[in-house]
Design a protein around this ligand. Structure first.
Ligand code: FAD
Length: 397
């Protein structure tokens, strides 16, 4: 297809797909986006957006939209789940702006998705096609052909698989890579801060490190709500594809026995939980696992992240920026642009995947390892928690 009319087809309208449409639109590249759901919707867990990601969103003109819905916690504090003692902390706020050029934000997935969707709609260069599930992708020397479940065929210069953990596009790039249950279950909840006692309300990010579990809490939606996740070891429900279960009536007490009263009181005050079994793929081993010819993967379709570095949405947004950079480069043909994208992204994504996995081991350490972790955190807290290679952005990672 002639590159003067470059057509980009994005499969999936989650955070990654919408960010790709927005970034491409900002470079003057029109996008067709197919989404299998009949309407856009996101479930309401929280996500953290570190300065490397906030900087990109602000660069796309989303600073005031983010101000309207996000929280900007001034501090990350790490506590022992057993004793409640603060083991280490890292200041965000003005320090993050001074050091990394942007703030550290927390937001609900629904708010983040809605602000990306409004920006894409306001930009007007993306055709959003709902109720449109991908069935098949094929490619020849000139174009890629995307067939929807209803048999409709669309031709484009490139197809971008932004279709999440259970990606269909992945089999055309990285066949045989099947998600596997990690052995960890995330229980998530959001509670209005007004419904909590004063002692349980919080404006900071707190990570409680236990033996064999950890919990994270932070404010979202302008501080009105508290997002809480408790991640434990366990067995996946039979239907792992249905990854977002109601888990009301769940007794998390068995995992929290002997833990600090501040954590037990918070968890006890929340009645409505959702269960999210955590699945992984083998870590990326090369650029070929992110792009093949005219087809590329991004976000969770390429590299689902365990949430222990809080970077799943972040790396999807960084991927989106890199895709737009490569596809708008007039010196690159379609295939070369996707190769450039994959080369620029796979190492950083693999590094974040590996670090997230390691954090999971450290956060859940038992016995002597737990003692070593707590001692190291007390001595070196800020140095261990600050991550310049990550927060400075993709050019460093
Ligand atoms: C407990 C937990 C906490 C987390 N915390 C954080 C955090 O703090 N910070 C962070 O950055 N990330 C976090 N994440 C991860 C983050 O939510 C995801 O990484 C991110 O949303 C991925 O976006 P995506 O667009 O790649 O995929 P998705 O959001 O899964 O979107 C995929 C889209 O593709 C559509 N689709 C699927 N198949 C098809 C098809 N065949 N045809 C058409 N459309 C299709 C889907 O309907 C969906 O809309 C967390 C995850 C978990 C589990």
């Amino acid at each position: 297809m002639p590159t003067t009319q470059k057509k980009i087809l994005v499969v999936g309208g989650g955070i990654g797909g919408l960010a790709t449409a927005l970034a491409c639109g900002a470079r003057g590249l029109p996008v067709q986006l197919i989404e299998k759901k009949p309407e856009f919707s996101e479930v309401g867990a929280g996500v953290q957006l570190s300065p490397n990601v906030v900087r990109l969103l602000e660069g796309w003109g989303l600073a005031s939209a983010l101000d309207a819905v996000a929280s900007f916690p001034p501090l990350l504090q790490v506590r022992s789940a057993r004793s409640g003692a603060v083991l280490g902390q890292l200041a965000f706020g003005a320090r993050a702006v001074q050091r990394y050029g942007a703030r550290y934000a927390t937001v609900t997935r629904a708010d983040l998705h809605a602000l990306l969707l409004s920006a894409v709609q306001a930009q007007g260069s993306t055709q959003l096609l709902l109720d449109n599930a991908l069935h098949q992708v094929s490619q020849d020397a000139n174009a890629v052909t995307v067939t929807s479940a209803d048999g409709h065929q669309r031709r484009a210069n490139v197809a971008i698989g932004a279709d999440g953990l259970w990606s269909n596009v992945r089999e055309f790039v990285r066949a045989n890579a099947q998600p596997r249950f990690s052995g960890h279950l995330a229980y998530r909840a959001m509670v209005p801060q007004a419904a909590l006692t004063q002692a349980l309300r919080s404006e900071v990010i707190t990570a409680w490190l236990g033996p064999r579990f950890h919990a994270v809490q932070y404010p979202v939606h302008g501080g009105e709500w508290l997002n809480v996740a408790v991640i434990v070891h366990g067995t996946a429900p039979d239907d792992v594809h249905h990854w977002d279960h109601e888990a009301n009536g769940i007794d998390l007490g068995v995992h929290l026995e002997g833990t600090a009263s501040g954590l037990q009181d918070l968890v006890g005050a929340i009645k409505a939980w959702r269960l999210w079994p955590l699945n992984t793929l083998p870590h990326l081993r090369g650029a070929k696992e992110m792009a093949f010819g005219r087809i590329a993967l991004m976000g969770d379709a390429a590299h689902p992240m365990l949430p222990y570095l809080a970077q799943g949405a972040g790396m999807a947004i960084e991927d989106a920026a890199a895709l737009a950079d490569a596809l708008s480069n007039p010196a690159l043909g379609d295939v070369a642009a996707l190769e450039r994208y994959a080369q620029s992204r796979w190492r950083r994504n693999a590094r974040v995947q590996a670090r997230a996995r390691r954090n999971g081991q450290v956060f859940h350490a038992t016995g002597l390892q737990r003692w070593g972790r707590d001692t190291a955190m007390k001595l070196l807290g800020q140095r261990l928690l600050d991550l310049p290679w990550l927060y400075e952005g993709a050019s460093r990672g």
